[in-house]
Design a protein around this ligand. Structure first.
Ligand code: XIL
Length: 381
């Protein structure tokens, strides 16, 4: 790719112009769409996380980017061997799908959907309504007069393209933020400002029409800890879920992002367990959608660090998987070679981070064993 092309891609995808809080990475698509065949060259491990998950009726998978699969054969082979479900890390976000107000670019998402189908993996959709990763044109184009049309057009166009091929869609992402001090706990996003709190119901109803086969999910972060902050978030989330269910809104699942800080042992406590029970009592499915265990606050020593990361994986998954309505566990990345954490939560010593089940050479880490053990111990479903 020439420098010009690279610049053009950065521009098209609006990298650096995101309205949200995370750094937005550019997509470097190096191979043509269509290279989706399984590669037989990598020796398959005796068993894999997807095998351990399947024995108790669960799916295991990961987020991934097109460019990782297209440019890294050992990674691609490891991904195929370990995963029974995949979610695009970037390619279904507005900033990547929407070069302009009237246009769509599906190339990255098409690649990943075909990759999933060619390798017998389920495919997740992430995400339709989020305040983050919005394209650079969004702020100057969307207003209270056209927001409803823009939102409905996006949902129906994107979902129709993949209809029947999607296991579950994150319809709404990270919409609760008690820090924004609203009495309903909702985050102060452009969607809320233009459409009011009803945008959530609108989105779920449109999603159900566009793809009746996909499980429709509200995905949330930072609800795992025993802390006043997380407790407040869980309370608002539950209130919203009850409200939607009482109105017959088609929402079928809750996504727990599960970005865990490896130094925080206050996870999987009574408040969180109670929340899982309450979600289950509403008849909702649960998915662990983006788990990783950040080692940014752990000491450098690699043995101790890997052990702490593995311990958090087991502690958390043992608790969540006790719920029989949990369908899937996805980590946010499979190999430490490709993790978003150093970009958003770097270690102070800048050492490479170790938050995922495979190391940078595709070898299982203690986290891999902890996840496998949690699957082995989980009740069947
Ligand atoms: C992250 C990606 O991993 C990064 O590469 C990107 O720069 C920012 O977004 N919650 C979510 C995910 O729902 O979409 C985010 O993904 C991580 C936090």
């Amino acid at each position: 790719m020439t420098n010009n092309e690279l610049t053009r891609r950065r521009f098209i995808y609006g990298a650096g112009a995101a309205a949200g809080s995370y750094a937005l990475l550019p997509l470097y698509s190096t191979k043509p769409f269509g290279d989706v065949h399984p590669s037989p060259s990598f020796p398959a491990p005796a068993d894999s996380l997807k095998d351990h998950a399947a024995r108790c009726g669960l799916l295991y998978g990961s987020s991934v980017q097109q460019r990782q699969l297209a440019s890294d054969q050992p990674f691609r082979a490891a991904f195929i061997s370990q995963c029974s479900i995949v979610v695009p890390e970037l390619e279904l976000k507005w900033a990547y799908l929407r070069p302009g107000p009237q246009t769509y670019n599906f190339s990255g998402a098409d690649y990943l959907c075909e990759f999933a189908q060619a390798n017998q993996m389920k495919f997740r959709g992430h995400t339709l309504v989020w305040h983050d990763a919005l394209p650079s044109w969004f702020a100057g184009y969307v207003n209270s007069g056209n927001a409803q049309t823009v939102l409905l057009d996006h949902i129906s166009t994107v979902m129709a393209r993949y209809a029947g091929k999607v296991h579950s869609w994150d319809v709404v992402n990270e919409a609760i933020s008690p820090a924004d001090k609203r009495s309903d706990g909702l985050r102060n996003t452009p969607w809320l400002r233009y459409l009011g709190p009803g945008y959530i119901e609108t989105a779920f109803r449109a999603a159900a029409q566009a793809d009746p086969d996909a499980l429709l999910v509200w995905n949330e972060n930072s609800i795992e800890e025993e802390s006043a902050k997380a407790e407040s978030k869980r309370g608002f989330f539950l209130q919203q879920l009850k409200y939607l269910r009482s109105r017959g809104v088609p929402i079928q699942g809750v996504g727990l992002e599960s970005h865990i800080n490896g130094n925080h042992t206050n996870i999987a406590g009574p408040g969180f367990k109670q929340f899982l029970g309450q979600v289950s009592d509403l008849g909702l499915k649960i998915l662990v959608t983006e788990m990783d265990v950040g080692d940014q606050d752990l000491p450098y020593d690699i043995g101790a660090r890997d052990q702490a990361v593995a311990d958090r994986y087991f502690q958390y998954l043992e608790c969540v998987l006790a719920q029989q309505n949990v369908l899937a566990v996805l980590t946010w990345g499979l190999s430490n070679k490709y993790t978003w954490l150093p970009y958003s939560f770097p270690r102070p010593d800048k050492a490479p981070m170790r938050p995922l089940p495979l190391d940078a050479n595709m070898k299982p880490t203690p986290a891999w064993s902890a996840i496998a053990r949690a699957f082995d111990d989980a009740p069947s479903r």
